[in-house]
Design a protein. Structure first.
Length: 147
């Protein structure tokens, strides 16, 4: 088993008013050259938690962090106009909290739960990755405050 010390939260960067099935998510990742979905878990708008990739296998979701992290994506992240927004339903929020709690229990070495955007480079070197430094808005909410 690989050493896992981090959870990285993502959004699928799809419009919240258009459903995305696990099969469609896998197809999107295959088009990008991955063998399967790059995330380990996918949280649907109805709160369903889908296992996408075995945790024993490194993910393909956060370059430089895949070997020691678990990737979780939630369905959505873009509003009806295609702009980044926190589109999570209450069921998604609940499922994300539960999933993170269970994973932290199963993998006691997990010391960090971050959003993908939090892994952006600290361009000004002040020790904080500020919004103007994000390479992307994903996951469109402040993971550190919520999870």
């Amino acid at each position: 088993m690989r050493k896992i010390d981090m959870i990285v939260i993502h959004c699928t960067a799809t419009r919240a008013d258009r459903p995305l099935s696990p099969a469609e998510l896998t197809k999107m990742h295959r088009k990008r050259g991955f063998k399967c979905c790059g995330y380990h878990y996918f949280v649907r708008t109805d709160g369903e938690i889908c296992t996408m990739r075995p945790v024993e296998r490194a993910g393909a979701h956060a370059k430089g962090y895949n070997e020691h992290s678990i990737g979780i994506a939630y369905e959505g992240g873009l509003d009806a106009q295609g702009r980044p927004a926190d589109t999570r339903t209450e069921l998604q929020k609940r499922s994300l909290r539960i999933l993170v709690r269970v994973l932290k229990s199963d993998f006691p070495a997990i010391t960090q739960v971050v959003g993908h955007r939090d892994l952006s480079p600290d361009l000004d070197g002040d020790g904080t990755v500020e919004p103007e430094e994000w390479t992307k808005a994903c996951p469109c909410f402040d993971v550190k405050k919520e999870l």
